[in-house]
Design a protein around this ligand. Structure first.
Ligand code: HEC
Length: 121
């Protein structure tokens, strides 16, 4: 092997090494942080327990107040789509629950769930 050949091989080696290295670094940067999946709001894990804690007893049981029924998924979706649920939990003039609006964090959970098309899981 002559000197010129050695130089060319070294350069090729350097380029291949850099390419591998840089591609890997770029991939790592664009991979979303794993915590993203934890931010998915679900009916079973988030919304049902939240309403059970804050809307009891009025909107539960066999005769829910103002016919706003939060007993199950389908009824809750109905309340969002037809009974102004989002407005009721964010509007201070007639707040739900009547004792005062829930924490900002709880309201944000409900809003996100609605924005996410109200997943049932
Ligand atoms: C202490 C009983 C009580 C609790 C707790 C309560 N509500 Fe109500 N809710 C009422 C009453 C009474 C009405 C009907 C009169 C009114 O609109 O003020 C009502 C009405 C509503 C309406 C209809 C509003 C409209 O504009 O037509 C919605 C939606 C609602 N509640 C959702 C909720 C949600 C969601 C919660 C929990 C975060 C909740 N409520 C907690 C008593 C309650």
């Amino acid at each position: 092997m002559n000197k010129q050949c050695t130089i060319i091989l070294s350069l090729v080696g350097l380029i291949v090494f850099n390419f591998t290295f840089c591609t890997k670094a770029t991939l790592e940067e664009t991979t979303p942080p794993p915590t993203d999946s934890l931010l998915t709001v679900t009916y079973t894990n988030d919304i049902a327990p939240l309403f059970q804690a804050n809307c009891t007893p009025c909107h539960f049981g066999s005769n829910p107040t103002a016919s706003v029924d939060l007993n199950d998924y389908a009824s809750t979706v109905f309340a969002v789509e037809n009974q102004q649920l989002l407005n009721a939990i964010t509007n201070n003039s007639n707040p739900m629950p009547p004792s005062g609006l829930m924490s900002e964090q709880n309201r944000a959970l409900v809003t996100q769930w609605v924005d996410d098309q109200m997943p049932e899981n």
